[in-house]
Ligand binder design. Structure first.
Ligand code: ATP
Ligand code: MG
Length: 367
């Protein structure tokens, strides 16, 4: 039975749970609402439930509990081919014995569209991915990136408003993957389609998405635009999973709404921004991004906290310098500096003082 609801979400998961065996929940309590036109990425480690969520939305799996709505209508009981959703799988699954044009036309034939209409739609979809001249080739006569474009065209041929993509670029080499990230994003923007994209590649997620849902253990850990996710992680899992992150272990000594005093395990006291700690006595992992750490005294901002550090390794990376330090017992503390003539190249064994602003230093849960 179709149910309508008041919010203007285009895709909505409400309290969705999924168990395959009737015992273990692989999706625990999924709440997610996307407006039309959004590019949303589900990012998370292997086994965290991303594909399962996509399959429930596509209709190839049913939710054990909860409701999934498309444009306000509950789709739990609508079969996959009636949901009007385009799908791109990791192994593009093009039919090898058919030409590119036949591959695209086939699903339209199954739906009994007349020939002229099929031809128009196929041409339009191929043009969208700039493969208009390749209709007569077989998949084996195309490069990996071209095959990927055809798989994308096949998802677009229905003119679906919602397209789901599960690790669509996993099989491509780095350069082609980066090119296709840009292409997919451009096509999605041009057509105004809503995309739910799955990847475990955080760079891909950050560069393509309007918002990213970070999954772990069957739950969304944080749902936010890329910059917020990177700059304001809400818990230790997200801080570690997204980008490079330095952690220092300690205990909360004092806490107010805007400041937590943390005693690091080496005895030093530092001021932090309390994010995912609630009371004194609690253990915490303090999180600081490498590029927020300064070691040049002249550039230290007022109010910065300083700590002693020993240089363990200096890595020249071209555009940036990446230096590994020992700080408060952590021998894997990374700092990053832009390569510029006036930036000192630190040497192993050197004793330095590093500093950062308390607001860049987030007290998170100890995991
Ligand atoms: N058909 C199935 N039957 C039983 N268990 C399944 C089935 N499909 C997935 N699972 C289990 O559900 C959990 C979530 O799997 P899912 O495929 O959603 O993860 P994922 O986040 O997509 O991982 P990956 O990044 O490896 O693709 C895993 O523990 C997996 O073993
Ligand atoms: Mg998967």
């Amino acid at each position: 039975m179709a149910e309508t609801q008041s919010s203007d979400a285009f895709v909505e998961f409400e309290r969705v749970q999924k168990s395959y065996d009737g015992e273990t929940l692989v999706v625990k309590d999924l709440n997610l609402a996307l407006p039309k036109g959004e590019f949303l990425t589900m990012l998370g480690p292997s086994g965290s439930g991303k594909t399962t969520c996509l399959m429930m939305l596509a209709g190839f799996e049913t939710a054990t509990h909860g409701d999934i709505r498309l444009d306000g209508v509950s789709i739990n009981n609508i079969p996959p081919h009636k949901r009007g959703i385009g799908m791109v799988f990791q192994n593009y699954a093009l039919f090898p014995h058919m030409t590119v044009a036949e591959n695209l036309s086939f699903p339209l034939e199954v739906r009994k569209l007349p020939k002229t209409e099929r031809e128009q739609k196929v041409k339009r979809a191929l043009d969208m991915v700039q493969m208009g001249d390749f209709g007569g080739r077989r998949p084996s006569q195309l490069s990996g990136g071209q095959q990927q474009r055809i798989a994308l065209a096949r998802a677009l041929v229905f003119e679906a408003e919602l397209v789901l993509m599960d690790e669509p670029l996993g099989a491509l080499d780095k350069q082609l993957r980066e090119h296709m990230q840009f292409e997919i994003k451009r096509i999605a923007d041009d057509l105004g389609i809503t995309v739910v994209y799955v990847t475990h590649d955080q760079t891909e997620a950050l560069t393509m998405s309007d918002r990213v849902a970070v999954f772990n253990d069957g739950r969304i850990q944080q749902l936010a635009p890329p910059d917020q996710l990177y700059e304001a992680p809400q818990n230790s899992f997200v801080a570690q999973f997204i980008g490079e992150n330095n952690t220092l272990e300690g205990v909360v000594k004092e806490i107010t709404s805007d400041k937590a005093v943390v005693q690091l395990d080496n005895g030093e006291l530092i001021d932090c921004k309390p994010v995912n700690v609630t009371k004194a006595g609690e253990r915490t992992l303090v999180s600081i991004r490498p590029e927020r750490v300064e070691y040049n005294k002249d550039r230290l901002q007022e109010g910065a906290h300083t700590l002693k550090a020993e240089v363990l390794e200096f890595i020249y990376m071209g555009d940036i310098f990446r230096t590994r330090l020992k700080v408060a017992g952590n021998t894997n503390f990374i700092i990053k500096t832009r390569n510029a003539p006036d930036v000192e190249r630190l040497k192993p064994g050197q004793q330095i003082e590093i500093g950062w602003l308390p607001e860049d230093c987030r007290a998170l849960d100890a995991v």
